[in-house]
Design a binder for this molecule. Sequence first.
Ligand SMILES: NC(=O)c1ccc[n+]([C@@H]2O[C@H](COP(=O)([O-])OP(=O)(O)OC[C@H]3O[C@@H](n4cnc5c(N)ncnc54)[C@H](O)[C@@H]3O)[C@@H](O)[C@H]2O)c1
Length: 370
Amino acid sequence: MIIGVPREIKEDEYRVAMTPAGVHELKNHAHSVLIEEGAGVGSGLDDEQYRKHGAEIVDRERLFREAEMIVKVKEPLPSEYDLLKEGQILYTYLHLAPAPELTQALLKRKIIGIAYETVQLKDGSLPLLIPMSEVAGRMSIHEGAKYLERENGGRGILLGGVPGVDPGHIVILGGGIVGSNAAKMAIGTGASVTLLDVNLERLRYLDDLYRGRLRTIMSNRVNIIDSLEWADLVVGAVLIPGARSPKLITRDMLSYMRPGSVIVDVGIDQGGVLETSRPTTHSDPIFEVDGVVHYCVANMPGAVARTSTFALTNATLPYALALADKGYKRAFREDAALLKGLNLYKDLVTHPAVAEALNMEYSPPEKILL
Ligand SMILES: NC(=O)c1ccc[n+]([C@@H]2O[C@H](COP(=O)([O-])OP(=O)(O)OC[C@H]3O[C@@H](n4cnc5c(N)ncnc54)[C@H](O)[C@@H]3O)[C@@H](O)[C@H]2O)c1
């Protein structure tokens, strides 16, 4: 199969959908890989590194014209719509549910649209979203530490303290992928760390894992208020799948916090846990409400593009290989998780949640393909 990896053109997007090692693997399986000139530059990967592993470096037009499968990071932008061809596989983050215009444009081009975010294993986990939650969770502590510095608006707290001086206090709301990765980093700083979740099983697991280095507390309003009173850094890492985040910290609760404390609301993509949150960007990441610094960047992994590129492609490559080796029909037939990723099949919507969100007809993929 001919696989094409274009340069990402969305603002502030520095990731690329394939590493040179990925090219190497695909070449080993006798596939051809076209990489757009400069596609890896944002992640510190130059054309020569791709060429060394057998990729052909080409311009955008040729890439879209010749590739049978386009592997990307973000959804196509309007300037890319007309480059897509009927029957081409588009394997990328698509996020179609809130995007009727994009969905219509793709249906019109009759592509095979496989969305990273809906590939789903039997246990309900989302293997192509997990790596980005891992990145954002770990990064939340770095970012929090940065904004706790006096010059950046914070209380002037060093999270680890020093001998003879109290360490900082970190409170993590939610103990899933983001929260547990934040906890790992938080414990590493030497700060005192508390994590709240509503899932007792999850709290048991984390308590066992960290043996006394992490306080686990049931998440409810009383316990959250108690925690806020002594928190220097709060990380919002709550998710209720398919729903907007619950507003666990209302505006009046900010008054329990000390001026200059910091909240990193990682779940901002689902609305965030703070009533006072609104999405921010890497170029303007923070704002202050009632003396509390809010960090609400919706695409945190973008700041560490190189790490994120490697983390993402580690997870996406096995599916890309299956699609290329077997052809999409057999790959879908043999892997129910991958089939869940199929959002669009030519002019049909094949994912129930996308169809429902857009009020469009749903065509079960099993009926079309298997
Ligand atoms: N800003 C970014 O760049 C970025 C990057 C990656 C992920 N995210 C977002 O971070 C959020 C968390 O993702 P995740 O992968 O950790 O999800 P997850 O499903 O692994 O974990 C969510 C956790 O929240 C807990 N929870 C639910 N209700 C709660 C409550 N009332 N109080 C405390 N805990 C509660 C759940 O029990 C679960 O353990 C999501 O919204 C995700 O989209 C944002």
